[in-house]
Design a protein around this ligand. Structure first.
Ligand SMILES: Cc1ncc(COP(=O)(O)O)c(C=O)c1O
Length: 414
């Protein structure tokens, strides 16, 4: 297409046609001398410099800067700095999803021929990475109940793992191991420790404070907090973060700038949301525990956690609960879900909305039924993520749905 004649000129004073101006006009304005109060979304794929020597120095990591968004991006750097600050680590690396972060954490510390020691009650996809993907790379996993420190010691001595992997509050049974003690033991045997801190968040627990090497997040959950972003992160030392960036540069599972921006925005209200969610969850858990239609309630705030209490930065115990509907099977749980009017049956957690999930068909579908039963994930188990709605409305909705689903009539004891 011939360029149209125009009087408009470029930086070199040469005339530019309409198509050229359509592409370039307004772009690459000189850097401003003002500072936006909130980090902008730098959606650019690439970044330019006034001279090629500077570009070369940035490429060579000899001076800070950005050249290509898969390597680093200013919006993503901002959310990484925020996550590192909250976790109390030197640095953090953002990923495209929580699973990308889980995978990278394993690749960072385990090589072919290595072993991992892990808790069996971890998120289903994490369990699938450990049991299906890593064995194809020559990495085997030994599962051990991390609440049994004697068993952990035996497993570490026998298998000398490169990595110990755990969740601060486990998904979906909400079990809390004394990860300070586990980390000290693991380090004695020369193992690194990676902890998925998604359920607890750094508001409740900062695993790096008791020596954990990689602190993993699905930022999709509490850190983003609004059910509108998918992402992950690993908080760690500067040296390990540099290695993770090299891994991510090659694998390409980087956080997008818009996702980074949403997560940065979500983080600002994390303490407010989690305080409300923790207070409401404590009330909902107590109500469920007193209801005869429910046979078991898992909530870290209902039980004394022993040595694990020391991990918590404050008295709150988070917004996650799981419970067994008494004598329920799949059909009863389906009826329960369909009778809910407020609580959303959706495959996620940590949102402002209250959410329920049926682990047997979703988060733990990848775990074989006999293994689910062995771990304690029954066919009547429901996971509840308490949102920021009025707690009376949440309880009323659960009450109505339990009435619709339960084989047992409500009989309130004492
Ligand atoms: C504890 C935990 N870790 C990791 C993940 C994976 O996160 P994502 O879905 O962002 O990949 C999840 C997802 O539910 C999770 O619950």
């Amino acid at each position: 297409m011939p360029a149209s004649k125009s009087s408009a000129t470029g930086a070199d004073g040469a005339e530019r046609g309409f198509s050229t101006r359509a592409v370039h006009a307004g772009e690459r304005a000189p850097r401003p001398d003002f500072t936006p109060t909130a980090t902008p979304i730098y959606s650019a794929t690439a970044f330019v410099y006034d001279d090629t020597d500077t570009l070369d120095a940035v490429f060579g990591n000899e001076r800070p800067g950005y050249v290509y968004t898969r390597y680093a991006n200013p919006t993503t750097t901002a959310v990484e700095a925020a996550i590192a600050s909250l976790e109390g680590t030197e640095d953090a690396v953002a990923f495209a999803s929580g699973m990308a972060a889980v995978h990278a954490a394993m690749l960072l510390d385990a090589r072919a021929g290595d072993r991992i020691v892990a808790a069996p009650d971890v998120y289903g996809a994490t369990y699938a990475i450990l049991t299906r993907l890593l064995p194809t790379l020559g990495i085997e996993t030994v599962f051990v109940d991390l609440l049994d420190l004697d068993a952990v010691g035996v497993a570490l001595k026998a298998s000398r793992p490169a990595l110990v992997y755990a969740e601060t509050i486990s998904n979906p049974l909400l079990r809390v191991a004394d990860l300070g003690a586990v980390t000290a033991l693991a380090h004695r045997y020369g193992s690194r420790v990676a902890v998925d801190n998604t359920f607890a968040t750094p508001w409740l627990v900062t695993p790096a404070a008791f020596g954990v090497d990689s602190v993993i997040h699905s930022t999709t959950k509490y850190l983003g907090g609004h059910g509108d972003v998918t992402g992950g992160a690993i908080a760690t030392t500067a040296a390990r973060a540099a290695e993770l960036r090299e891994i991510n540069k090659l694998i390409g599972s980087v956080a997008g700038p818009f996702e980074s921006w949403l997560t940065l925005r979500g983080l600002k209200t994390l303490p407010l949301r989690l305080k409300q969610q923790s207070d409401s969850a404590r009330e909902v858990a107590a109500w469920l525990a007193g209801d005869t239609r429910v046979s078991r309630v898992n909530y870290p705030g209902l039980a004394h956690l022993g040595g694990a209490e020391a991990m918590f930065n404050r008295p709150e115990r988070g917004g996650m609960i799981s419970f067994d509907i008494r004598d329920a099977g799949r059909d009863d749980v389906f009826r329960f879900f369909e009778a809910l009017h407020l609580v959303v049956p959706a495959t996620t957690l940590g949102d402002v909305y209250s959410l329920v999930l049926y682990p047997a068909i979703s988060s733990h579908r990848a775990v074989p039924p006999e293994e689910r039963a062995r771990i304690g994930i029954s066919d009547g188990l429901v996971r509840l993520s308490v949102g920021i709605e009025d707690v009376a409305d949440i309880i009323a909705d659960l009450d109505g749905a339990l009435t619709a689903a339960s084989k047992h009539a409500l009989s309130v004891t004492a």
